[in-house]
Design a protein. Sequence first.
Length: 397
Amino acid sequence: MKKRIILVLFTLLLCGCSYDKYEMPKDAFINTNEKEYKVYSTDGKLYDLIGDTNTEILSKNKTLNTDEIGEQEVEVSYKYKKRDYLYKIKYTVIDDEAPIMLGSKSNVTYLVNSEFDLCDLTNYIDNYSRIPTCSIVGDYDPNKVGTYNLKYKINDQSDNFIEEDFTLNIVSELPKSSGGSSYYTKEYDYFEDEVRKYKNDNTMVGIDVSRWQETIDFKKVKEAGCDFVIMRIGIQDDIDAEISKDRYYDTYIKDAKDAGLKIGVYVFNSSINEEMAIVNAKETIKYLNGEKLDFPVAYDFENWSSIKSYNMNLHDLESSINAFRDELKKAGYDTMLYSSKWYLEHVWPNEDEYPVWLAHYTSNTNYQGDYIMWQKTNGGKIDGISGDVDIDIYYIK
């Protein structure tokens, strides 16, 4: 028996059945193409890198990883003379997009000889870099009275940048407040007027509410001509806070359904990564408890003023809503994206083309993207609610 085993092993060695899969056979060749891909792109495929070859390339449709910039490497499986081998091919991932400026002060005033950081006056986000850097272009002297024309400059790690002009005033004495009372009369949008303007066979007119509206008489809301109500179900104020249920949600949804209104919900999210978004989605599903909705669950991210401190990029923003969507889908709920016109146009990637709930406070929106619902005012008035309320137009497909 031992002689037979030794004979088999000896035969295997003679036939060369044991071989290094990473060593390319003498007569085989694989010519490769030099390629660059944009960071987070999904169109890079293995076959793009393969030129002429006398081997059989396996898994040609393999998607290349583009989540990190710089030189990357992909392992290729190929077959040559009935044997399987492995080969490594390099490619490059680049970032050629500048950061986005989300807000800055164009005219600032400081007292002479005081300490300040002008970069504190800016807010920005990048498509890739999670911590872009801010610098000030131009000379100024905080210890010398004068007017200085400067620029904010925001750089990412690939040295893409955006600049924005501003004026710095260094003064010997800060201007005094004019004092006195400021009189302001708010113009309200009355619900019955909005119904007359926007209600037709292809639309519904409704409201969205949260605990800020406190006690609501939904029967009166329904009698006023309201078709639907979107209510806040969950809120996560900041990244350090846990999501919690809106304290009026249980009352709102019962009373709204009893009044015969169509219902939907939104979640105020501060999710900065997939893990946080999944937690928020699971809590939302628990709060819903199987409730049937007439609209997709709205994902509402509004903490733009804090985003610089969150160390997140646009990819994190998109992957968060994707994770939220995927978790809700498991429970049978669809998702829509709530955001204002400016952020939809300049910030949100929305690469998956979510249904959009547009916030744009005007009588005629000029937003060019697709949307299924339009929040047209936050200064609405309707019977059944003592304070202001948002009024929304839903477009029936």
